[in-house]
Write a protein that binds this ligand. Structure first.
Ligand SMILES: Cc1cc2nc3c(=O)[nH]c(=O)nc-3n(C[C@H](O)[C@H](O)[C@H](O)COP(=O)(O)O)c2cc1C
Length: 365
């Protein structure tokens, strides 16, 4: 008998057939521990183990040297990195999986130690008062450099080149990381963007860079293979503070994204309890399902039961799971069998080597 769970039904994104509605969410795992920050054989093995997901979204991959903010994260700007990613896409496609690459620029969530002493780039010279994991350990973030118009234009071109490289590496598409307090999110938010030129001030101006990025990426990747990720109610983490214009900014962005035919919009429910936070939206899928016409992926804190329910309720098309995929490489099968789930070990999220990475076993046959 066919399994009736919503999560296990097929889904097609503009002609791209996914074998289920279970998405592996993007997760930085810091295993590109070589001078090129190129994906390794171990990374190919890790993604291959998880290829029964309907869609894998890779860890954030920096689009340039200036885009980095953590040690051992892979890039998508050099020939060696493209070659490394080819191993990953081949492994996943070899198992019938689908995979998008997440394009990443951390902006101010970085440190001069990554940039030969130069300041990280950001919309405005405002310190996120956070921590950066540098080659010399955790350090306090500093006040970044406010980007010049030239640097903004250059960065937009880096997104385009990163997207082009991703297609050369064999990805099915790309996801723009405009979420979680990184560069593009820093532009959206008034507490990180106090510019007075065309990239700051009004809601339209603060969102401008995102649409310029999409328009440039479109020159390299079919529009219906471009996804984007947003975390509207992120508050008190990654340097982000909500204010009365935050949710209206996301309303504007999501309304305008309807003018495109993107692969999907990937949203996160609040990472923390925001019930007491003024101006926060507690129910992201509910608010945006009616506002967005295309494929909607919802994430954060879902399990099998809640994942099936959110689709059944018509609030999302696909559900992205992050931490559960770390410790359950065969998550779709476990959902199918309603099997027990293995717990994840946080101490090995970002450590080198196979421990806590490729050594979580699948269920026995
Ligand atoms: C180890 C780890 C690394 C992560 N790295 C990324 C990343 O590179 N890009 C991103 O958009 N989100 C990243 N996230 C956030 C996850 O994609 C996801 O939004 C979050 O873990 C909540 O989903 P979950 O409750 O299913 O774990 C990361 C999360 C974890 C636990």
């Amino acid at each position: 008998m066919k399994n009736k769970q919503e999560l296990l039904q097929e889904y097609t994104i503009n002609g791209l057939r996914l074998r289920n509605r279970i998405v592996m969410a993007p997760m930085t795992r810091s295993r590109a521990d070589n001078p090129d920050n190129a994906p390794t054989d171990l990374m190919a093995e890790y993604y291959e183990q998880r290829s029964s997901a309907g869609l894998i979204i890779t860890e954030g991959s920096q689009i340039s040297k200036r885009a980095v903010g953590y040690i051992n994260t892979p890039g998508i700007y050099s020939a060696a990195q493209v070659e490394g990613w080819k191993k990953v896409t081949r492994a996943v496609h070899g198992k019938g999986g689908k995979i998008f690459l997440q394009l990443w620029h951390v902006g101010r969530m970085s440190h001069p130690d990554f940039h030969n002493g130069e300041l990280p780039l950001a919309p405005s010279a405002l310190n996120p008062n956070s921590k950066s994991f540098t080659p010399l350990g955790f350090k306090e973030t500093i006040t970044p450099k406010a980007m010049s118009i030239y640097e903004i234009k250059q960065t937009i071109q880096e997104y385009r080149q990163g997207a082009k490289n991703a297609m050369a590496a064999g990805f099915d598409g790309v996801e723009i990381h405009s979420s979680n307090g990184y560069l593009l999110h820093q532009f959206f938010n008034r507490t990180s963007n106090i510019r007075s030129d065309e990239y700051g001030g009004s809601i339209e101006n603060r969102a401008r860079i995102l649409f310029e990025v999409i328009n440039e990426i479109k020159k390299e990747v079919p529009e219906n293979r471009i996804g984007m990720r947003l975390n509207p109610s992120l508050h008190g983490a990654f340097g982000m503070i909500l204010d009365e214009e935050t949710i209206p900014t996301f309303d504007y962005i999501i309304g305008r994204v309807n003018d495109y035919h993107l692969a999907y919009l990937h949203l996160s429910e609040p990472f923390t309890d925001v019930s007491d936070v003024p101006h926060a939206e507690q129910h992201i899928a509910q608010r945006y399902r009616t506002k967005y016409k295309g494929t909607l992926i919802i994430n954060s804190g879902f399990d099998r039961i809640r994942g099936n329910k959110v689709i059944e309720d018509g609030l999302a098309d696909l559900v992205a799971f992050a931490k559960l995929f770390i410790s359950n490489p065969d998550l779709p099968r476990r959902f199918e069998l309603e099997a027990e789930l293995a717990p994840w070990d946080e101490s090995t999220f970002y450590t080198p080597g196979p421990k806590g990475y490729t050594d979580y076993p699948p269920l026995r046959q």
